[in-house]
Write a protein of this length. Structure first.
Length: 304
């Protein structure tokens, strides 16, 4: 297999990780946690979502968090924005990058955004153009690329149509989401075979959930095919409110352990990342699924 010399891990825990938690993490704890993540060596942090708090109450303090964190040079602080109103709030909070999102499957798009795919396009186009005019970069997310919780298999033609449209709007990077963690390495290979004929690998990222334990295997196949950017969530936090059965993102610390062991550079410090994982695990009051964090906890108990 062909391994890259380096990989970029984009930390999405503060947004994708917390959005599905039933426990509201205090604003000051979110800020302290993001400040910890800023010190790990991560170059990209998705810090919150400017979605209507009615839909995502766990992130109702988006503006306070974005304004309260300590910004470190060399790090891109991004936030999810659903529409022009959300973008205005994000710009007021001075985020570096706006992330827009939609689904490749019609039913999930309706459940997640409450609009059809075709109605979503002009709304996102307005957001992208306004963000670019404000001097911000824009990232795009496509959910349910590998399967939909409502429709099952998703047509690669629909994935291509949505991806083409988002790139035409002016996004700089597209994250392909395995929203319910259903993808397998052969499927990832088949999907990327099609997409890499149209898009530069440098403009694509993969966003795997680890619902069925296949996320790292899928990442290996993706790296072999030239993808070097992956979304991950510290401790394996995460899940989608509109994707029944979806569990957390691939754990940043598990991914980092694998990459470090393979000699693939990330610039991220494992100990500092584990410290951030322990911090948020304590705040939400439940054991996180990260294997590396569980080993760390076992070693700590054995040492005690």
């Amino acid at each position: 297999m062909n391994w890259p010399a380096s990989v970029t891990i984009k930390e999405v825990g503060p947004r994708d990780g917390l959005q599905n938690e039933k426990v509201f993490v205090a604003t000051e704890d979110k800020i302290a946690w993001i400040n910890q993540l800023s010190g790990t060596g991560m170059k990209s942090l998705e810090i919150t979502s400017f979605v209507n708090p009615k839909w995502i109450p766990a992130l109702a303090d988006a503006a306070e968090v974005a304004k309260g964190i300590k910004r470190m040079p060399g790090i891109t602080y991004s936030a999810l924005v659903p529409n022009r109103q959300g973008l205005e709030r994000a710009l007021e909070a001075n985020v570096d990058e706006a992330a827009v999102f939609m689904s490749a499957s019609e039913t999930h798009n309706q459940r997640n955004i409450n609009k059809s795919i075709n109605v979503t396009f002009p709304i996102l186009r307005e957001v992208v153009q306004a963000a670019l005019s404000a001097g911000k970069s824009v990232r795009g997310y496509v959910s349910t690329v590998f399967g939909c919780p409502y429709e099952g298999p998703v047509s690669i033609d629909e994935v291509i149509r949505v991806s083409d449209t988002l790139f035409e709007m002016g996004i700089s990077e597209l994250s392909l989401g395995d929203t319910i963690g259903i993808a397998n390495p052969k499927q990832v290979q088949d999907v990327l075979d099609m997409l890499l004929k149209r898009f530069d690998a440098k403009k694509l990222a993969l966003h795997f959930h680890d619902t069925r334990g296949t996320a790292l295997a899928n990442i290996l196949v993706s790296m072999d095919m030239g993808i070097t950017t992956f979304d991950a969530s510290v401790g394996g936090l995460g899940g989608c409110p509109y994707a029944p059965g979806a569990s957390g993102n691939v754990a940043s610390d598990d991914l980092l352990f694998m990459l470090d062991a393979m000699g693939i550079q990330t610039g991220v410090n494992q100990e500092k990342l584990l410290s951030a994982a322990r911090f948020i695990q304590e705040k939400i009051g439940r054991t996180l699924p990260s294997r590396n964090l569980q080993v760390d906890s076992s070693n700590e108990k054995a040492g005690a």
